[in-house]
Ligand binder design. Structure first.
Ligand code: G6Q
Length: 587
């Protein structure tokens, strides 16, 4: 979104809508001058840490931190039945967390005081809550039903959303049926999405997740890295006559994507030898028709989306075209219905029944009151191999901020956690050691499925046995007495003891992984991120933090490429590294 020249994003006046206007209120800048007097700044809203509810949680933490999950479960045998929520196909057990019913009460009170529900209402109403870019935040409109009405700048955006979806579906059908042919009349067998960040991670993750629903007689690959290896390996066994490139870039100015797109064009034309072939082998997903046309793609083959869709929230827009080509229009719409089901739950459920809100509040509890630095997302599904990488961007690019919505530096509390993880059970044979016995607190989300996608012998029960065992082991551990009783040599006892009390959330999906379920899961995490960002008073929808490195890279490019390189004027480390690189590269 914000990559792109800072100039593109005009810092217009704050939006004229209610919540957006309130949160934009800043000292002096928007204050009318009192007659004959100095500007009277509106009082800055209290910081989260200044709220009574936050302070109550801080006091409460002292009472709770010594409690062990063993005791919490022993004291209330119904705990595992009571601390659960359900929404759609998701059963959410949060009982193995270091909290009591009192903690939950205080967390929900914080959410209410922070007006999370006003925030939700503002987002769904299309208010411009992305203040620094003066934009609405409307990924929820991408999955709104045809008859919904969501107005941005006086225009209902829903018909346009469905018009693009319809065009995508018609195009996908033509490619899948073979009606769309390559320049030499061959059927398209290979699809390569070229994009990066939000224009890559979503479709790549979702394609992997829904591979079982995809056309097995077609190949789908995703190229993102400007490292030429990514492109070369992606196409090494493809025939240009049978290959379609989808250039996915909201801005159509992104260095990595444009570099890969130009290489793709050269690769295709080297065989097809006719500029006209571009129209048959390249389509674009973008908001920038001018740049798309400049690249040589017929804008009739451009699928549009809008500035109110953030990159990391965009894979259910036209950015998901590669996914739709893989799974077809109906399955794609089914996935959108899954998103919508979770949207509706988030919008309407009261806080204490609200699954994304509760997930967000529990995360905030550890992040801010226990000083936890990370969250592990651990799907017990091989199809969700790329889920953690996707959520890593969703969460960290959204909530990795240290300036609040009012322009104040954030002090006294932490914002977004470091998100990481890989599918179980592989992690169990690797880094779970640190989760079980390390010195850090690592809250973890376990995601498992009641039904297998591939019912092969005992595999699924073995997988799920591990899934249940891990959260049990993490919560309850094994005392030194228990270890000693097993006849373990005394010197080994401390090493083989598990202190337990490690918090986990369990998301048990009531069925197998389907497009509908994937939509629910992704919307769950989108709204979890929203809840936390709102309470932290940050703008979860910009990403200025990725700008500086890009600008500096642009300065360095000529210093690496040009024979009469401009004088190096970096620090002594960067200068020396560049000189050494140039020598080694040319040597
Ligand atoms: C996501 C970010 C970022 C973006 C990429 C690609 O929220 O904005 O990851 O998606 O930088 O941008 P383009 O789609 O404009 O190429």
């Amino acid at each position: 979104m914000a990559k792109r020249s800072t100039g593109k994003v005009r810092a217009k006046k704050a939006a004229g809508t209610t919540v957006a206007r309130k949160i934009a209120a800043r000292p002096a800048a928007k204050t009318k001058r009192a007659a004959g007097g100095a500007a009277k700044a509106p009082a800055a809203p209290p910081r989260p840490t200044e709220l009574r509810e936050w302070q109550a949680l801080a006091r409460h933490k002292a009472k709770v931190e010594k409690l062990h999950l063993r005791k919490l479960f022993a004291d209330d045998p119904q705990r595992g039945k009571k601390m659960v929520l359900e929404a759609g196909d998701l059963y959410f057990d949060f009982s193995k967390n270091r909290l009591t019913t009192e903690t939950l009460k205080l967390l929900y009170a914080l959410a209410e005081r922070a007006k999370v529900r006003d925030g939700i209402r503002a987002m769904f109403a299309g208010e411009k809550i992305n203040l620094t870019e003066d934009r609405a935040v409307l990924h929820v409109a991408l999955r709104a039903p045809r008859n919904a009405k969501i107005v941005v700048d006086g225009e209902n955006v829903v018909p346009a959303v469905h018009a693009v979806l319809d065009r995508m579906a018609a195009f996908a059908e033509r490619v899948r049926s073979g009606a769309w042919q390559g320049h030499t009349g061959k059927r398209i067998k290979n699809v390569v999405n070229v994009g990066i960040g939000g224009s890559d991670l979503g479709p790549a993750m979702a394609y992997d997740a829904l591979r079982q629903f995809s056309r097995r007689d077609m190949q789908f690959r995703f190229v993102s890295n400007v490292d030429g290896t990514d492109f070369v390996e992606a196409v090494h066994d493809f025939d240009p006559e049978e290959t379609l490139f989808i250039i996915s870039s909201k801005t159509f100015t992104t260095l990595e994507t444009l570099t890969n797109a130009h290489s793709a064009r050269e690769w295709a034309l080297a065989k097809l030898k006719d500029e006209k072939a571009v129209a048959k082998h390249f389509v674009a997903v973008s908001t920038n028709a001018k740049e798309v046309a400049k690249f040589g793609i017929d804008t009739a083959n451009m699928f549009e989306f809008w500035d109110w869709v953030g990159g990391r929230y965009s894979y259910d827009s036209a950015i998901g075209l590669s996914l739709m080509l893989a799974i077809g229009g109906d399955a794609f719409r089914d996935m959108l219905a899954g998103f919508r089901a979770m949207d509706e739950h988030f919008r309407t459920a009261p806080p204490e029944k609200n699954l994304p809100m509760t997930l967000g509040l529990i995360g905030l509890w550890y992040d801010d009151f226990f000083g936890a630095e990370t969250v592990a997302v651990l799907p017990y599904s091989q199809y969700l191999d790329r889920l953690s990488a996707y959520i890593e961007q969703l969460d960290m690019e959204s909530n990795g901020k240290s300036t609040d919505r009012h322009g104040r530096p954030i002090t006294g509390y932490q914002t977004g956690p470091i998100v990481w993880g890989t599918p179980g059970t592989n992690g169990q044979h690797a880094y779970y050691q640190l989760i079980h016995q390390g010195t850090k607190m690592i809250p973890a989300d376990f995601i498992g499925f009641a039904k297998p996608n591939n019912d092969l012998g005992r595999h699924h029960d073995l997988l799920m046995a591990n899934f249940f065992a891990q959260t049990e082991a993490l919560a309850f551990g094994k005392t030194s007495e228990e270890v000693a009783k097993e006849g373990v040599a005394a010197f080994q006892v401390p090493h083989r003891t598990f202190r337990g009390n490690h918090p986990t959330n369990t998301i048990l999906v009531k069925r197998e992984l389907t497009p509908h379920v994937l939509g629910q899961l992704i919307a769950l995490y989108e709204h979890k991120v929203f809840t936390q960002g709102w309470i932290w008073q940050i703008n979860s929808f910009d990403q200025w933090g990725v700008e500086l490195g890009k600008v500096l890279a642009q300065r360095i490019v000529p210093q690496l490429e040009s024979p009469d390189a401009p004088k190096l004027d970096h620090d002594s480390s960067t200068n020396t590294l560049i000189r050494r690189y140039r020598k080694l590269r040319r040597g």
